[in-house]
Ligand binder design. Structure first.
Ligand code: NAI
Length: 284
């Protein structure tokens, strides 16, 4: 396996593409617009420069060589050479479900499709392809090159062979994984999204400030980051879409998105990537 398609060049696509290229894979990074791809190129270059000394393997990648392994494109044509595809488009079923038929059209028959999704069931994704046994979930953590462990999700039809191929790719990327069965939100986000949503409700009800919520998690529970810092890192839009997926899948009111979360997303406060969420960040 040598050529990996990465679909979506946002927060996660950038991290996945960087990690793959640093691990020696040839990467085809696809997004909808040249402007997004230019930003992705700049972000990866900057990350390679600044994360070099901190990444999990402790090795420093040659920026020029690593960048040369990534093709930035809006065209799906190059996927004819892909052995594996990792899809990282926005967490909306209406968007994701349109991507997989395109992958079917362009990728060779042996290619595995991995969905990097926060909550959408892998079995549902597999159903819009003609290769359900070769569809799997890889829930990467953010920032991808810095996080050692991922959650791998076995869809209803995912075969052992697909799991083995995925394990091989992850090993080359320097990752460990925890394999779980398919369910909306899997393990991580079924718990995390509710926690973040409830933390936002506390801020909305003025029980405490965002800083106080985070301080309690860090100082009392020993977490490295509080839930609202984590929410800003993930992206508040992605948090909202993920909770909406959980609400739709389980039809359970406990997944009702916080009105404050909705308001912040409407106001363009999407967290770190937009420069402002619960906290302020220097803009690009
Ligand atoms: P994002 O909003 O930063 O990026 C999504 C990208 O997908 C955008 O650049 C958009 O232009 C692109 N896109 C939309 N439709 C497309 C299409 N048809 N073809 C190609 N590109 C398309 O979102 P982010 O945070 O990168 O999330 C991507 C996926 O990863 C989501 O499913 C999310 O739930 C999941 N995820 C996010 C994590 C996070 O911490 N942000 C963590 C783990 C998974």
């Amino acid at each position: 396996m040598n050529v990996v398609g990465v679909i979506g060049g946002g927060v996660m696509g950038v991290g996945v593409a960087q990690n793959l290229a640093e691990s020696g894979f040839e990467v085809i990074l696809i997004d909808l617009a040249d402007a997004v791809l230019e930003r992705a190129r700049t972000d990866i270059k900057n990350n390679l420069r600044f994360q070099g000394l901190l990444n999990q393997s402790g090795r420093r990648s040659d920026v020029g060589e690593t960048m040369q392994r990534i093709a930035f494109t809006t065209s799906y044509e190059g996927l004819a050479r892909a052995d594996f595809v990792i899809e990282n488009v926005v967490e909306k079923w209406e968007v994701k479900k349109q991507v997989y038929p395109l992958l079917e059209q362009h990728c060779p028959a042996h290619c595995v499709f991995a969905a990097n999704t926060s909550a959408i069931p892998i079995t549902r994704i597999a159903a819009v392809t003609r290769r359900a046994p070769q569809v799997i979930g890889i829930h990467f953590m953010n920032p991808v090159p810095m996080k050692k462990t991922v959650e791998v999700i076995k869809g209803f039809h995912t075969t052992e062979a697909t799991i083995e191929i995925t394990a091989g790719l992850l090993q080359r990327m320097g990752k460990d994984f925890v394999l779980v069965n398919d369910s909306p939100g899997f393990v991580s986000n079924r718990v995390l999204m509710l926690t973040i949503n409830e933390a936002i409700n506390l801020v909305q009800e003025q029980v405490s400030s965002a800083e106080q919520v985070d301080q309690i998690f860090k100082s009392c529970f020993g977490h490295k980051m509080g839930p609202l810092e984590t929410a800003d890192l993930i992206g508040l839009d992605t948090i909202l879409y993920s909770i909406e997926v959980l609400q739709e899948c389980f039809a359970d009111s406990k997944y009702r998105p916080s009105p404050l979360l909705k308001k912040m997303v409407d106001a363009g406060l999407h967290g770190r990537k937009s420069g402002r969420g619960f906290y302020h960040y220097p803009t690009h």
